[in-house]
Ligand binder design. Structure first.
Ligand code: FDA
Length: 312
């Protein structure tokens, strides 16, 4: 069952509302549902969870935070990623753990030179990742940032060719972006897309988003890059496996990705079949917008959330 488009839009609007944010953040009863999606409050816990998951899966860690409008916070985010990467290297996890970053956490929205600052900061995170032997994937945010995000990924790839791009199947432009991104070695995460987008740029019906996802998968699997199939939709996972087989790909030439706390049994089952399965592991104190997007994806999450609010 899906959330109605109106309710989904309202929730996604709440993701950006400071009032809703302070209300929800200060409701201690929500901790159990937040903990389902957010792996740990700090780097110690994040590395511990990564080590547990890495016994049968790969991971991508996300230091939570976005839409930074303060230069110091953007710099602090770089420091947090550097510490995380050092810790992953020290724990011997760098061959199984990469990191995911949002350019808006690195300063892209700063009023002066935001894009340049975000690029410089992303370079510093990529350099720290390369130093310990792993890589960075640049998350995709709302459609107004797609061009600049892909341009920054292109720049980063000059020195750090393993930098991953993310594309969203709900955007009408994405099939063409996949064709551009399907070159040799190009790591591309394909997801459905998690933001509230207008019809002018995005498919809004689930069936159309799913059909676009399959078209994009076809392009990526037939290409020369490394597709990262980010979905919990088991039908799309089956289609991805089928297209990979048809393209003559080995299991090592693509991967599946799911979010921490979502369909963990399916994650384990796919990993047990020898497929590369990566879990996206968010951690840290700034969980509100991420958490709200997860609520908007599934009615059952919202019902659980509502019960927690009324103390049942
Ligand atoms: P869909 O929403 O159709 O769900 C399929 C099934 O999966 C559901 O029926 C349900 O069983 C389960 N499910 C899905 N979401 C759930 C949830 N929150 N709680 C419980 N069960 C759930 N988006 C973006 O815009 N930019 C990005 O950079 C990323 N990055 C990213 C990385 C990774 C690894 C993943 C898996 C996803 C993202 N996303 C993202 C989020 C993505 O765009 C999308 O919103 C979610 O993955 C939900 O879409 P599904 O493909 O799972 O399908």
């Amino acid at each position: 069952m899906l959330l109605s488009p109106q309710l989904r839009s309202a929730l996604l609007a709440a993701a950006g509302s400071p009032t809703c944010r302070s209300l929800v953040e200060n409701t201690g009863a929500l901790r159990p549902i937040v903990d389902r999606f957010v792996a740990a409050p700090d780097v110690d816990g994040a590395v511990r969870v990564a080590a547990e998951l890495a016994t049968d899966r790969l991971v991508s860690l996300d230091h939570l935070g976005e839409d930074t409008t303060d230069r110091d916070r953007a710099d602090a985010t770089v420091d947090a990623y550097r510490e995380l990467l050092t810790r992953l290297g020290g724990a011997g996890l760098a061959d199984r753990a990469e990191v995911s970053v949002k350019l808006s956490a690195l300063g892209r929205a700063l009023p002066v030179d935001g894009e340049k600052i975000a690029l410089d900061n992303a370079r510093r995170v990529c350099a720290a990742a390369a130093e310990v032997g792993t890589a960075v994937t640049v998350d995709m945010e709302d459609h107004t940032t797609t061009d600049v995000t892909l341009a920054i990924v292109r720049d980063l790839r000059v020195d750090f060719p393993e930098t991953g791009a993310v594309v969203q199947a709900y955007l009408r432009r994405t099939e063409a972006d996949c064709a551009d991104l399907a070159g040799p070695g190009s790591r591309v995460r394909l997801c459905k897309g998690a933001y509230a987008e207008p019809r002018s740029v995005a498919f809004t019906e689930k069936a159309d988003v799913d059909a676009s996802y399959v078209r994009c998968l076809r392009v990526l699997m037939a290409g020369e890059g490394y597709p990262m199939v980010a979905t919990h939709d088991h039908r799309l996972v089956e289609i991805a496996e089928h297209l990979a087989l048809r393209a003559g790909r080995t299991n090592a030439s693509y991967e599946l990705q799911m979010l921490y706390g979502v369909r963990p049994r399916l994650q384990e089952a796919l990993a047990a079949r020898g497929l590369r399965m990566r879990v996206y592991v968010p951690y840290g104190g700034e969980w509100y917008p991420y958490f709200t997007r997860r609520l908007a994806e599934r009615p059952a999450n919202l019902a659980f959330f509502a019960r927690s609010l009324v103390g049942r």
